[in-house]
Design a protein around this ligand. Sequence first.
Ligand code: HEM
Length: 258
Amino acid sequence: MTSTIERGAATAEVRRVPPTSKKPAPDRPARGRRPGLLGTSNGRKAVMAVTGAVLVLFLIGHMLGNLKIFLGAESFNSYAEWLRTVGEPAVPGRALLTITEIGLVAAVVLHMWSAVSLARRARRARPVKYAARRRSQAGGYVVHTMRYGGVVILLFVIWHLLDLTFGTVNPKGFHATPYDRVVAGFDPSRWWVTAFYIAALVMVGLHLRHGMWSAFQTLGLANGRRRHLLRGFAAGFAAVLVLGFLSVPIAVMIGVVK
Ligand code: HEM
């Protein structure tokens, strides 16, 4: 039997397959007990949206900070130094940066936890399995982009920290200035590093575009004429962020920053 499912602007052709198991979803609360906020799908969606928003704010700040490289080595290095010493002498050196780092790690962990648990819950709760020939947003393309894209972004961040924060995999090592590490890290001889950054940043862009769009839908904002506007906004925002980030490795590659 086939039918058409509407989800937002998306349509997907599905073939109904009888359920294989009658077991209740294991994370469904016992009868008579109400789940806490984090036990509900809406609670987990809220965690995903709030942590996603924290990460987006970090990305905006990080991208704008990176653009200082176009003002020269001194400007970029003093910005990096300011990040480490901000709040001094009211708080010990690096204190605010360390708090921000802990907040970022917590945001990433909670974001991944809510994404994985919501996906598992949706799979278990679905009474009818889809053997789908999907054509658009609602289909496998988005699921793959979000799931595998998320993994690529995580691997990228690990490489990125070893490269530009700790200097472990950077030709200049830990003791060089941040400017020198960036210039050495994206040297044309290491074109594969730049290629990896480009691939990872495209993933960041796609992840961001879909994540924002989903958040708008969850919040009930994406109705009527606003639908196209918000969709365009999510795509435009993601594109500007990615291009801002990419401008740095590309400028080093072509010798504008050296
Ligand atoms: C081409 C794009 C990027 C460049 C040139 C770049 C550059 C840098 C540099 C130079 C640092 C070290 C700052 C310092 O130690 O003073 C840094 C740190 C960091 N970057 Fe990036 N970054 C880029 C993209 C990204 C993206 C897309 C993400 C996240 C998805 C990211 C996440 C981080 C994190 C988490 C840190 C560590 C912050 C800290 O705790 O000190 N970066 N980046």
